[in-house]
Design a protein around this ligand. Structure first.
Ligand SMILES: [Zn+2]
Ligand SMILES: [Zn+2]
Ligand SMILES: [Zn+2]
Length: 628
């Protein structure tokens, strides 16, 4: 829970950061926060096994890919203060307090840390609350920032904090708070925040009943030069503050200065020398002794209010709470807080087991963690070997190689993955150079013998009707019972690039025959499967897996022509085929903003229903063409 209203108080200094801003930083991550976030998404709970493992695995993968270092922190034994406070609130004996939920969390910590060990990410157990250790690491310069949703982290001494953390760009940027800005703009330092915790209430005390954040902040402003905790202690230890009640002297209603209007009309005002007859002047300030004392009287009233309410709790302010936040900490571990070499096979086995993935998928998802390590360390290693470079590709503008890897000592023989050219060239210069030289040679030969075929000429201006007119009509009976392709990647239609997007690449335009129709039907079947994702699920707010309601388009080839189906999501049932000639087709690889889980969700029946509008559109057209 943390300090009551703290995030509201910090609202004005909230900044945002994107993932790329985090490059080269070391983050101290409060692991419990990530587990709780994953557990709180209902959509994930029912659809995914062990969402906290999945969440951790994906976030760590993305952060490593962005050049971010991490140290994870798990909670140790909570301070007695916390147990007592929460037990008091719940009206229970302190001993029985939520031992069950602690045990459940501990078993999840254990599973998560097993995964972190395989990935080679350091973690440590706090000697108390996890956010306290995160703050310590940050304060000591071992971490550049903390990742937590618990505001107590500032009271424990954190300097930079990321909150509502996400690695999914669709969920926007990450909230960022900097203690330097808090000190400068809000004139609140660590000790003022501890004082706020004492007044407003936190995990370790209930605060002063009846005092809100405005009054608490006003109290801290009374004497900016004195220590806020001392200021609070002094107030409560002393006798009740007294106000010098001074009767307000008569003020002129015209010029707002001391004296009656009657006197001013007669003999003028001593302050402004007006005879108080002319037009009124607004916003006049009076500097008489009564007005000068007004601010002090307000402050005294506030102090009296806090004094009276705080006196109801004889232990206020509790020195134990102050000590908990400000005590010296030490790391209770001999572990080095540095990244270690990942165990590719270990990661793959663990995620396959925990997330119900095939062994191949486990290896495929674990491989980028291994390759990231070899590029960072510039070592070839022995857990996976590149067999060959297939071709050059681009991912978000970065030049990549499509590489076939051999996974050593593993049942999965080969995995194809995209590798950044820069990193790959550093570690495997011979293979990269050989590929590039070969490519250059081929390009030179191509220039010498220009191709006589002009595909663009042939396809230009072609209509869908032309295609059907010439095409041999395949067996419609067979088509209606076509099996939906659940894993189209094996057919070379959909290639998995990463967790978020699937890229559809057109098939080679040289292939002809009924196979193309099958491919088209498969693609449409996949689309109809994808479009049948449950729509009544509550859209998750904080998790990586979600489905955006946007339109997308599919490009694919049919015979020698490239086709595109625009699929606006609200009308996704009505998919129209439009032929687009090669010249007008800019980007042939179109990203589909669908999550993996949606794409891969199994169809409700094994066969594509004959009544599916997606499918019938095509079949009807073919029948129509046959009749004519
Ligand atoms: Zn006057
Ligand atoms: Zn006056
Ligand atoms: Zn006055």
């Amino acid at each position: 829970m943390g300090v009551k209203c703290l995030w509201e108080i910090l609202q004005d200094v909230k900044a945002t950061r994107s993932l790329s801003d985090l490059r080269d930083q070391t983050l101290a991550v409060d692991l419990a926060a990530w587990i709780c976030e994953a557990e709180s998404v209902r959509h994930m709970q029912n659809a995914v096994k062990n969402p906290y493992i999945r969440n951790l695995f994906y976030r760590v993968s993305v952060l490593l890919d962005h050049g971010v270092r991490m140290i994870f922190v798990t909670d140790g034994t909570p301070p007695d203060l916390k147990r007592d406070t929460i037990a008091k609130r719940l009206g229970k004996e302190s001993g029985s307090f939520s031992r069950g939920s602690r045990n459940r969390l501990n078993s999840k910590f254990k599973e998560c840390c097993q995964l972190l060990d395989q990935i080679g990410i350091p973690w440590l157990k706090s000697d108390g609350e996890a956010e306290a250790m995160c703050a310590y690491l940050n304060n000591e310069g071992m971490a550049d920032a903390c990742v937590t949703s618990d505001g107590d982290v500032f009271l424990y001494g954190a300097r930079k904090v990321y909150r509502n953390f996400t690695t999914d760009k669709r969920h926007g940027e990450i909230e960022y708070y900097d203690m330097d800005v808090i000190e400068e703009k809000l004139t609140l330092n660590r000790r003022s925040l501890v004082a706020l915790g004492l007044i407003l209430g936190c995990d370790y005390c209930d605060g002063v009943h009846g005092i809100g954040k405005v009054q608490a902040l006003d109290f801290l402003k009374i004497d900016q030069n004195s220590d806020p905790i001392y200021q609070l202690k002094k107030l409560v230890r002393n006798v009740k503050p007294v106000i010098n009640e001074e009767k307000k002297p008569t003020h002129c209603s015209f010029c707002k200065h001391k004296g009656s209007k009657k006197d001013h009309l007669k003999s003028g005002c001593d302050v402004c020398y007006s005879n108080c007859k002319l037009s009124k002047l607004d916003n006049r300030k009076c500097t008489c002794s009564w007005h000068a004392g007004e601010t002090v009287r307000k402050q005294k009233n506030l102090e009296i209010s806090i004094w009276e309410k705080a006196k109801q709790d004889p232990s206020f302010p509790d020195q134990n709470v102050i000590n908990e936040f400000l005590r010296e900490r030490k790391i209770v571990t001999n572990k080095k807080l540095q990244r270690k070499r990942p165990n590719l096979k270990g990661i793959a086995e663990l995620v396959s087991d925990k997330l119900d993935w095939s062994e191949e998928r486990g290896v495929e998802k674990a491989l980028p963690i291994w390759t990231n390590w070899i590029y960072v360390m510039n070592e070839q290693g022995h857990q996976a070997k590149p067999l060959r470079i297939v071709k050059e590709r681009k991912k978000e503008g970065t030049p990549m190689f499509e590489v076939v890897w051999e996974i050593c000592d593993c049942d999965v023989d080969e995995i194809t993955a995209l590798e950044p050219q820069s990193g790959f060239k550093e570690v495997f210069p011979d293979m990269a150079n050989e590929f590039l030289q070969e490519k250059e040679k081929q390009q030179k030969e191509k220039k010498k013998k220009p191709s006589k075929k002009k595909d663009t000429e042939q396809t230009k201006g072609k209509k869908m009707t032309d295609f059907y007119g010439k095409k041999k009509i395949p067996n419609l009976e067979k088509m209606e019972k076509i099996q939906p392709t659940q894993d189209t990647s094996k057919k070379g239609v959909i290639e998995i690039l990463d967790d978020k997007a699937e890229v559809l690449t057109p098939k080679s335009p040289t292939k002809r025959g009924s196979e193309d129709i099958d491919t088209l039907a498969s693609v449409l079947a996949s689309v109809s499967i994808a479009s049948r994702a449950p729509s009544d699920a509550e859209p998750p707010k904080t998790h990586d897996v979600t489905s955006d309601d946007v339109s997308f388009a599919l490009n694919f080839s049919l015979g020698s022509s490239l086709l595109q189906t625009p699929v606006p999501r609200p009308n996704r049932e009505k998919i129209d085929l439009a032929i687009i000639d090669k010249e007008n087709l800019g980007d042939t690889a179109v990203k589909i903003p669908e999550t993996e889980s949606d794409i891969k969700s199994p169809p409700s029946s094994a066969l594509v229903e004959p009544g599916s509008p997606v499918f019938m559109t095509l079949a009807d057209r073919l029948r129509l063409r046959e009749k004519n």
